[in-house]
Design a protein around this ligand. Structure first.
Ligand code: ZN
Length: 207
């Protein structure tokens, strides 16, 4: 790479070290499903990530094995109200109370799950998520899936990493707008925050 790097030049994806398998203690682990809402995932949504729908079966498989092992499940729900400055950056999306704001039916939260509404990319910013994970569920490991990889998933994973949660991200459980963004996310998680990345949700084993 030349210095300074000029955008537009070809980028080589740095090496991303995937673990073949990650085993996690069920009682100390939670799965966080980030923003799998109609506006991001479903046809007719206002900010659709085209590959998000392909991650749904993989996330379903992960949730099945997590729930069978007694692993707790938390959702983040992107939530905006009239006048939100985020709508200056993005088209209007996830307006509280609308169809687009709702979590998709295929991943509908269960009564024992928690749903944390958030107003920014980071699920921890200005929310009770840290308090809940640290002091109510007392978990140390977080498996993070959802969309958008380089935006809400990465900000949430980074924020968890800064708090020294051990984070695990399966590549087939997250969706980005570009391949670059997907690679960036996996690179940052596996390197900067001492997290683990795996290729498939099925590479994660709860015990
Ligand atoms: Zn938003």
């Amino acid at each position: 790479m030349s210095v300074p790097f000029i955008p537009g030049e070809t980028v080589t994806v740095p090496e991303i070290t995937f673990a073949d398998q990650v085993r996690l203690p069920a009682s100390k682990t939670a799965v966080i499903v980030v923003d799998m809402q109609n506006d991001f995932v479903k046809e007719g949504g206002t900010l659709v990530v085209p590959t998000a729908i392909e991650t749904v079966p993989n996330i379903q498989t992960l949730l099945e094995s997590a729930r069978a092992a007694g692993v707790r499940v938390a959702y983040t729900q992107d939530t905006h109200f009239e006048g939100d400055p985020e709508w200056q950056i993005w088209p209007e999306h996830c307006r509280a109370g609308t169809w687009g704001w709702e979590i998709i039916d295929e991943l509908k939260p269960r009564p024992e799950d928690v749903v944390c509404q958030k107003n920014r990319y980071d699920g921890f910013y200005g929310t009770w998520l840290d308090h809940f994970l640290s002091h109510v569920w007392k978990v140390e490991h977080l498996v993070i899936v959802g969309t958008v990889s380089s935006i809400c998933v990465l900000h949430t994973a980074a924020s968890a990493g800064l708090r020294w949660f051990h984070i695990v991200v399966p590549a087939d459980g997250i969706s980005a707008l570009t391949e670059f963004d997907q690679a960036l996310t996996l690179r940052q998680v596996s390197w900067l925050y001492l997290g683990d990345v795996v290729r498939h949700t099925t590479d994660i084993v709860f015990e």
